[in-house]
Ligand binder design. Sequence first.
Ligand code: MN
Length: 255
Amino acid sequence: MTTRPRILVTNDDGIYAEGLAALRDALAEVGAVTVVAPERPRSASGHAITLHKPLRIETVRIPWGGEGCAVNGTPSDCVVLGIFAIMGGRCDVVVSGINLGPNLGEDLTYSGTVSAAMEGAICGKPAIAVSVADYERPDYGPAARFTARLVARVLAEGLPRDTLLNVNVPNLPEAEILGVEITRQGKRRYEGRVERRQDPRGRDYYWLGGEIIEDIAGAGSDGDAIMQGKISITPLHLDLTSHAFAKTLKGWALR
Ligand code: MN
């Protein structure tokens, strides 16, 4: 008899997030799941890792049932500790999510969800980030069930080195999801990235964020697939090099 695949589940919304439990429950059908997640929400923490303070792992009860390992660190810390300290390196796939809210276009660089999957790829494991494209009333069920099917396929086929999958699922009933599209990372236009306000003592403070005005990447992008009611899967690579511009840059003959 073959051993069950070993699955590390993490997120950036924290160990008590509903999306994490939904993912864990769906993946329990596919393999043996280990849950290692930040002790508090760490959305938009990017790929930070903790180098200058002690990290602790605490087993906690999850309100949605069962137990998990809570870490006083970032999503990427959770992946490194999960694989090497908790699973002893015996991890077959890393799955991060299900995030509350989409991770599209430029979000990827800020996203703790995607960064955790990137860390999985850095550690040499197949890795998948999953987000549901709604902040208000997410139904994690369709995303969880799709991810279980995808993880089973990834375990069977493998992923190339340094490659991870960024999955976004529209917040629709399964019957209304219009298929799966393989996409590229999109680009979005924001307005009002910085708001200046005054605190009660008359000093300025700044509030970052901004409204997304439109998806400007067009057909084939992650955001476009979501707009069309499709599941978006973008294969990402750890190599951030702009190979096209490298040729031009060599032509500058810098010295
Ligand atoms: Mn999040």
